[in-house]
Design a protein around this ligand. Sequence first.
Ligand code: GLN
Length: 197
Amino acid sequence: MVGVLALQGNFAEHLEALKSAAKKLEKIKLEIKLVRTKQELKELDALVIPGGESTTIYRLIKENELEQEIKKIKNFLVTCAGLIVLAKKVEGLERWQKTLKLLDIEVKRNAYGTQLDSFYAKIEGEVLNNKEVAFIRAPKIIKIGPEVKVLARIKNTSEIAIVEQKTKNGIIIGATCHPELDSDELAFYFLKKISYL
Ligand code: GLN
């Protein structure tokens, strides 16, 4: 069972992209649903955390006491604010703000400045090669750990757009951008990976 954390942010677009991707993997029966409670999290093999506002998403995780259950889940697909929520280290958070620290990266929040708050850029790599994707008040990945592999960068730059980390019993895929707004390709990559693990 794949859950999309529906506390805040663009969970609806993720749900759509995942459902569209799941149709293409017709041999595997995948159930995908929005989740909000501890009980719902217990049933999951994978969790998607959408973009939105990372401080709000983390606050709602805390208020609803979801942290422990989330940490038990094997696989994650996280975009933008979701990526910040999972990151080990974040530049630009207040001292009292924390993250779940599951993904071994360091990120800088709102790193593309006010004028470039949102833009489309072509990315290149193993996924979404040569595709235009949306960056919306995007964070920048400034450091990656030894277990983290870069799946895509902004074209003709060294800027990391999508990463993958193998964990003890699963994977985490994280994007600074929002591929789910325009395509189901990253959702497809993720579902395929976790189905064959
Ligand atoms: N800037 C937002 C944050 O820091 C992330 C933006 C997004 O998810 N599109 O949480």
